[in-house]
Design a protein around this ligand. Sequence first.
Ligand code: ZN
Length: 53
Amino acid sequence: MAYRRNKTSDTWHFCRNCTLWPTTNVVEQSGKPTTGELCNQCRSKDSAGNCNR
Ligand SMILES: [Zn+2]
């Protein structure tokens, strides 16, 4: 699973259908991030079962 954030943000996203999914200034990594925070929207999509990874 890929995690993405914008260079200007500490918030990591992991759902491609997140409305805040970064498409510019992207920092990407494959493992779970150890710094910053996970996006609340991604987390709620994940728990609702509609996170598009
Ligand atoms: Zn997100």
